[in-house]
Design a protein around this ligand. Structure first.
Ligand code: SF4
Length: 368
């Protein structure tokens, strides 16, 4: 039997070579460097493959606001719970099911009789509406550009009248501005999310690079992609060059998926909104434009979120600090104790892209 070819993205020699380059570059830079990724999938890969254990000691990777579930605000969850309690079928992605609202999660509501359905795509929510013409079906739409574009597509495809969208979609670039302006973060370069850039194109980051004079490298999600992205960032930092580079050219183009972007901006407009635990961020929440008002759950229903008293532990949650890059999950006193995947206090312990869940699963920062 012929030997299996070596998987191109799991090549140990190539990884060693890149790690060697990182060491050389850090020696030349001769001072600590902090880079930030803005993507839960990057954190997942970094933790799963133990990449931090391979990096030079004074190269720190911080986590940014890259987990869409984690930044979905508590009142947005409350709105979804309220709609489910009022008799609508509320559909949402599985990661949102256990995210705590002020008094309960959608999972809690479901356990006590509310109709909550997990879907894998916005189109499934539309199918559910078609199959239940006598029920209101609300899609609690969360996520960044990668999921906002498909939500837009179903709204442009003449969905049934009993379908509506409760949008909690978020737009990443304004959040990067906020993080870059935080004096505590002091980030030397950003590793941008390759999958979002498939939609937006890497040129989206040009204004950021110019304004903040900080390099941005778009990176993929295989271990070698991440090491390559870090190597490119260190090269730019070493050369004191605020450059934008696409280190994921097999998937990302300069202008992205223009049809998806056109659909997204046709349906949504940006507005100021709170990212859970981080800040009110101008132009970072996506709401339905007036032309799609008939499908806007906030306009169709008189939503009265049952905002009660949040669990006192919630105040201790450091999720916002973690997503802003100023704390690590194990800086939180509740990490792995009062807060775990079965008893999440904050949203960062819920999603597979949540930094606290990832660190609990894979051991977090190696103590070498
Ligand atoms: Fe919040 Fe739990 Fe993470 Fe602490 S461990 S920051 S309580 S999600």
């Amino acid at each position: 039997m012929a030997a299996e070819p070596t998987l191109q993205f799991r090549d140990p020699d190539a990884a060693d070579e890149l790690v060697g380059r990182l060491e050389t570059l850090m020696a030349e830079i001769a001072q600590p460097v902090s880079v930030m990724h803005v993507c839960g999938s990057h954190e997942q890969a970094i933790a799963k493959f133990g990449l931090r254990s391979m990096l030079p000691a004074d190269l720190t990777i911080r986590m940014g606001p890259g987990c869409p579930v984690c930044v979905t605000n508590m009142p947005e969850v409350d709105e979804a719970v309220s709609l489910a309690r009022d008799g609508a079928i509320v559909t949402t992605y599985g990661d949102m099911y256990r995210v705590p609202g002020t008094t309960e999660s959608l999972g809690d509501a479901s356990a006590t009789g509310a109709d909550v359905e997990i879907v894998y795509a916005a189109s499934e929510a539309v199918e559910l509406a078609e199959a239940n013409p006598n029920r209101e079906v609300v899609f609690f739409a969360t996520g960044f550009e990668t999921t906002a574009a498909p939500t837009a597509a179903v709204l442009r495809d003449d969905p049934p009248a009993n379908f509506s969208v409760l949008s909690a979609h978020k737009y990443v670039p304004p959040a990067m501005n906020v993080v870059a302006e935080l004096p505590e973060t002091d980030i030397d370069g950003f590793l941008a999310a390759g999958h979002a850039a498939v939609i937006t194109g890497y040129s989206l980051f040009e204004p950021f690079v110019e304004e903040y004079e900080t390099p941005v490298v778009v990176g993929g999600f295989e271990p070698l992609d991440i090491l390559l992205g870090l190597e490119r960032l260190l090269e730019h930092i070493n050369d004191d060059r605020a450059a934008l580079e696409n280190a994921y050219p097999r998937c990302v183009t300069e202008d992205g998926n223009t049809a998806a972007l056109e659909a997204m901006w046709d349906v949504f407009e940006p507005t100021t909104g709170e990212w859970r635990g981080i800040a009110d961020i101008p132009d970072a929440n996506l709401v339905l434009r007036e032309e799609y008002a008939e499908y806007d759950a906030r306009k169709r229903f008189d939503i009265d979120p049952d905002v009660g008293t949040a669990d006192p532990l919630t105040a201790e949650c450091r999720c916002g600090d973690i997503m802003a890059g100023t704390a690590d999950p194990d800086d939180c006193a509740l990490f792995g104790e009062e807060c775990g995947p079965q008893t999440p206090v904050g949203a960062c312990m819920v999603s597979s892209e949540g930094p606290c869940k990832i660190w609990l699963e894979y051991g977090g920062k190696p103590d070498l």
